[in-house]
Design a protein around this ligand. Structure first.
Ligand SMILES: Cc1ncc(COP(=O)(O)O)c(C=O)c1O
Length: 409
């Protein structure tokens, strides 16, 4: 069967792509093993982005593939809307909570980061309403923030172009700078009684890898506490070892009320996401026995996705990959230091196994040169982003640095 269709672009409409780009101009990835991808011409690539910031354990891991297969052979699929549940969904929820700062919290499950964020935004307003604070509707977002592309996440984004062209978004979103706690304090001083929540990536990812300024997250926590607002950490990228702890919350020592996760929870082997809700916040959801949670997704608690989560978390544990993120960071920094000393890059920023090299000029041509050389990275503004599987070897970190150096020179 051919993939050609009646339109020059082909049938498949790609996300975050020019809709007129011909299907034949995309790179057709046909297989993956470890940190290596192969396209349909046989060309091999180093997966320096863990696909889209998610493949913590690398590709082709039998442990996850077998767990999903076993699950599909047992209970292939069934929903968990009342009155149903299933063992894998329960197990995944318990495991996820146990790794988080809320081991006694509740875990809602969905499929994508965008679903997780929209859930967290809705829950934060619902919690405020059930606490008797119906006026608290404002959601505070941060410049450079990326929170997915559903209407809630689009409204929560601090990347202007992604919010444009869709008509009216969700009301009551207010933006603050991503690094200025005084600005946040002024907003709270003026509107604190109306702020439902602040939504915040511990390290901003898609916006260009921006770690928080010292004390910034603590400042947001304090402001939320003072004004009865909820702090939401969007841990869709940061979660599951990426920042050198299970969650960014632990890396930076700040505990949010709600935490979203996706991506690394299954290393992408199955679509799974969710929201961890603190015990205290969750208590406000069930204020009486008529307090139904009128929110959920068909595939919430999908047993095959949950099985992938359980096997993946086990693998991260067994192989010490959370610590390994710090080692990857150390090796990356050694290489970036050398490039900075040679004046090839202006600087770098990051934590754990997510890094941005500031090259001081448009990074897209460098990305394209590196891609031609078989190393996949991401270009954001003047930054080259590196976010590999946590299993990446020291030699592969070296290959990234060499390829970047070659492209820059
Ligand atoms: C921090 C953050 N939140 C939410 C999302 C949305 O996730 P998804 O693309 O799975 O909907 C992303 C995706 O990159 C993300 O980085």
């Amino acid at each position: 069967m051919t993939v050609d269709s009646s339109t020059p672009a082909g049938t498949l409409l790609h996300p975050f792509a020019d809709p007129t780009k011909a299907e034949g101009d995309f790179i057709n990835i046909v297989s993956a093993e470890g940190t290596t991808l192969t396209d349909d011409t046989g060309k091999r690539y180093l997966d320096g982005m863990a696909s889209l910031w998610y493949c913590q354990v690398g590709h082709g891991r039998r442990e996850i593939i077998d767990a999903v297969t076993t699950q599909l052979n047992t209970l292939d699929t069934y929903n968990i809307f009342d009155p149903f549940t299933n063992d894998r969904a329960r197990e995944a929820a318990a495991m996820i909570a146990s790794k988080s700062p809320h081991p006694d919290g509740r875990v809602f499950l969905g499929c994508s980061g965008s679903e997780a964020i929209d859930t967290a935004l809705k829950l934060s307003r619902l919690i405020q309403q059930r606490r008797g604070h119906g006026d608290k509707q404002i959601i505070v977002r941060r410049t450079h923030g990326y929170h997915g592309t559903n209407f809630g996440g689009t409204s929560a984004q601090g990347i202007g172009p992604n919010r444009e062209g869709w008509g009216d978004l969700v009301p009551h979103f207010v933006e603050i700078a991503n690094d200025n706690v005084e600005e946040a304090a002024s907003l709270f001083a003026e509107h604190g009684e109306r702020i439902a929540a602040v939504v915040c990536e511990p390290v901003q990812g898609a916006g260009g890898v921006w770690p928080p300024e010292d004390g910034y997250l603590q400042g947001l926590r304090r402001l939320c506490d003072q004004h009865g607002s909820l702090l939401i950490f969007d841990e869709v990228i940061c979660g599951f070892g990426r920042t050198g702890s299970w969650f960014g919350a632990q890396t930076f020592g700040v505990t949010p009320d709600l935490m979203t996760f996706a991506k690394g929870v299954t290393s992408g082997y199955q679509p799974l996401s969710g929201v961890i809700v603190s015990a205290d916040a969750a208590a406000s959801l069930g204020t009486d026995d008529k307090a139904i949670l009128r929110h959920g997704y068909t595939y919430s608690g999908h047993p095959a996705a949950a099985a992938a989560g359980v096997a993946n978390i086990q693998l991260i544990d067994d192989e010490g990959l959370v610590d390994r993120a710090n080692h990857v960071g150390k090796k990356t920094v050694e290489g970036l230091d050398a490039l900075a000393a040679d004046g090839m890059i202006k600087g770098y920023r990051g934590v754990g196994a997510m890094w941005a090299a500031d090259i001081g000029r448009d990074s897209i041509p460098i990305k394209n040169t590196m891609l031609a050389d078989g190393v996949i990275i991401r270009a954001v503004g003047e930054a080259i982003i590196w976010c590999p599987p946590l299993t990446v070897t020291d030699d592969e970190v070296g290959r990234y640095i060499e390829t970047l150096q070659k492209a820059l020179s």
